[in-house]
Write a protein that binds this ligand. Structure first.
Ligand code: GN1
Ligand code: MG
Length: 352
């Protein structure tokens, strides 16, 4: 598609030596507006990823960008050879573009010859992605103070997410509510376990670390030829927390070959070989830094994060789909049911 005048103005604010010749909507992700841009440069055509941080989801987009900038700069010093997101500055030499309306736009080089998978296809990929997230945690273990901004406070406060669901349910359409009765009861029955990670984090039993907070397979670019992990992407939710938020997110997102919005629930099965590959990959990635408490709580974290995401999708379904983009009616309910089914499987696998 041809770039719109708004997109042209934004794109041309960045320090790229070339002419903008194309722009396409980039559909990966549920949250931000993303565009694949093509520039004609003196040394050939080059592609870039332009993104507008979603101000509806992130109340302070500039804080998101401050976190992204700190993390990317730290990694480039700590691991200069590592393929990583590097922000292309604006012509005013700012790390991102902030419009008078407060919108934040950023530009990254587009990593060619890589693939972002929506679902894991085999154990090797699960291992590679888990290693990449573990390595990410290890690299950032000594990010100097101050701690990163908590851009979405309570992001993994599972009990608070359940309370929000309960509040939304009291106002929801009665027909919708009837349809989700069983899903709601399952969630409410598991409130006691749901708060485990936050409780251990708050008591200091679990160490505070730099957490990616969206550790799913599509956020690791894999080499299209070798399948090796090349780069961890999507740093919007990088915040302080427990690494088990990431480990749980990996388990819930990579423990099954099913799509995140699969409608045929019999397809949604937890695969124990995928779980072992994730376990091995993550522990290899984090090296020796994990404490005994972290290791002990690894298995149950998958259940908690799957339950939490099920709660979030269900809340959005009952609340008019305002948060997660949908492209068909009922998609957030399907997503919720997939997570709840995975939660059940992961709970059984954890032996609790
Ligand atoms: C959202 O950035 P994106 O669209 O990949 C969400 C995550 C969920 C994920 C489920 C800021 O991630 O928390 O786990 O969808 N991000 C935010 O696919 O809410
Ligand atoms: Mg994300």
């Amino acid at each position: 598609m041809l770039p719109t005048p708004e997109l042209q103005t934004v794109a041309q604010s960045f320090l790229v030596d070339g002419d903008l010749v194309g722009a396409d909507i980039w559909t990966g992700g549920h949250i931000n507006d993303s565009f694949l841009l093509e520039f004609h440069c003196p040394d050939g055509r080059k592609r870039f990823l332009l993104q507008k941080v979603n101000g509806g989801v992130f109340p302070e987009p500039s804080k998101v960008m401050e976190n992204v900038q700190r993390v990317t700069e730290f990694v480039s010093v700590r691991a200069p050879g590592l393929a990583f997101l590097h922000l292309i500055p604006t012509k005013q030499n700012e790390a991102w573009l902030e419009t008078p309306e407060g919108d934040c736009w950023r530009l990254y080089p587009f990593m060619g010859e890589t693939t972002a998978l929506l679902e894991v296809e085999n154990e090797r990929q699960a291992h590679a992605a888990a290693f990449a997230f573990g390595h990410f945690a290890r690299l950032l273990a000594d990010l100097p103070n101050p701690p990163l901004h908590e851009v979405l406070p309570g992001f993994h406060d599972t009990l608070a997410r359940i309370r929000t669901l309960e509040a939304i349910a009291t106002k929801a359409d009665s027909q919708l509510l009837l349809e989700v009765e069983d899903d709601l009861s399952y969630i409410l029955e598991h409130k006691d376990v749901a708060g485990t990670l936050m409780a251990h984090l708050e008591s200091g039993d679990l160490p505070q670390r730099v957490v990616h907070n969206d550790a799913k397979i599509s956020n690791v670019l894999l080499d299209s030829k070798t399948g090796e992990a090349v780069c961890v992407v999507d740093l919007d939710t990088v915040m302080p927390g427990t690494s088990l938020f990431d480990y749980g997110d990996m388990l819930r997102s990579m423990c099954s070959f099913a799509k995140e919005d699969e409608q045929a629930l019999e397809q949604v099965q937890v695969n124990s070989s995928l779980c072992s590959a994730i376990h091995r990959g993550y522990l290899e990635g984090v090296g020796s830094m994990f404490t005994e408490k972290e290791k002990e709580l690894m298995p149950i974290s998958g259940f908690i994060i799957a339950l939490e995401l099920g709660v979030r999708f269900l809340t959005d379904h009952l609340n008019g789909n305002r948060y997660f983009n949908i492209n068909r009616p009922g998609q957030n309910l399907d997503r919720a049911r997939v997570q709840l089914k995975l939660a059940k499987g992961l709970k059984a696998l954890a032996g609790s």
